[in-house]
Design a protein around this ligand. Sequence first.
Ligand code: PGA
Length: 245
Amino acid sequence: MTRRKLIAGNWKMNGLNAALAEITAIGAGVAALGARAPDVLVCPPFTLISSAARGEVAIGAQDCHIGVSGAHTGDISSVMLKDAGAGSVIVGHSERRADHGEDDALVRAKAEAALAAGLRTIICVGETRAEREAGTAYAVVARQIAGSVPFAAQGTIVIAYEPVWAIGTGLTPTNDDIAAMHGAIRAELARSDAARAAVTQILYGGSVKPGNAREILALADVDGALVGGASLKAADFLGIINACV
Ligand code: PGA
C-alpha cells in the first residue's frame, strides 16, 4: 500500500500580504523537485487565501463553520473557502478545541460541512501532556477519532495526530511512540471502514523541523506532516518537503 506523502503548512494567525512571497518561493522549490515532490499544502489565514490561491501551491484554510451561509457574524463557511480557491481545510486543531471550546461533535459537523463542499478535510487529534502522563493518550485519541470523524461522509479525510504538548514546544514523542500511535489510529479507522483506513493519510504534527523530518516521515503509518512554525519560511518548509525525496 503506497500512500502519497502530504506536507501541509499551518500558518495559524501569521502572515500579511508580504508573506505571499514565501508561498511563491515554496511553489518554486516544489516545482524544482518535479515528479519526486510530495503533495504540498499551505493553510494561510483566511485573509490571504484568495491571493495565495492564484499561485502554484495548493491552498487550504484552518477552520470553517458548520453551515453554508447565514447570520453568523465573523464566521466563514466551507463553501466560501472553496469559492476563494481553497481545496482543503483543517478542522479540530487543538488550538481551536482549547481556545474556542470546540468539542468532537462540533469538529465532526465542521468536517461534514467541509466534505460536502468538496474540500479535503484534515481532522486533528492528539492528547495533552497530562493525558500522556496519565497513560490515557490512546483512549483520548480513540475517542477523538470516534467522535470527530464523519465515517459515513464521502470525500477525502486526512487525520493529523498532533500531541498538544509537542505543538510549538520543540518537543516530540519518540519515533516509537509516533509509529505506535499512527498504527493505533489506522486500526481505529479500520474498525469503521478497512478499505478507507488503508488509503487514509495520517500526518504527524508538533515541532516538525527540517532536522527531524526525515526520520519522522520514514516511520510506519506516517504519511506526511502538519507543520506550524517551520512552514512560515520557504527555506524551512522546503527543508521538510525535501525530506520526503
Ligand atoms: P508546530 O505546530 O509545528 O509549530 O509545532 C504544529 C501545528 O500546530 O499544526
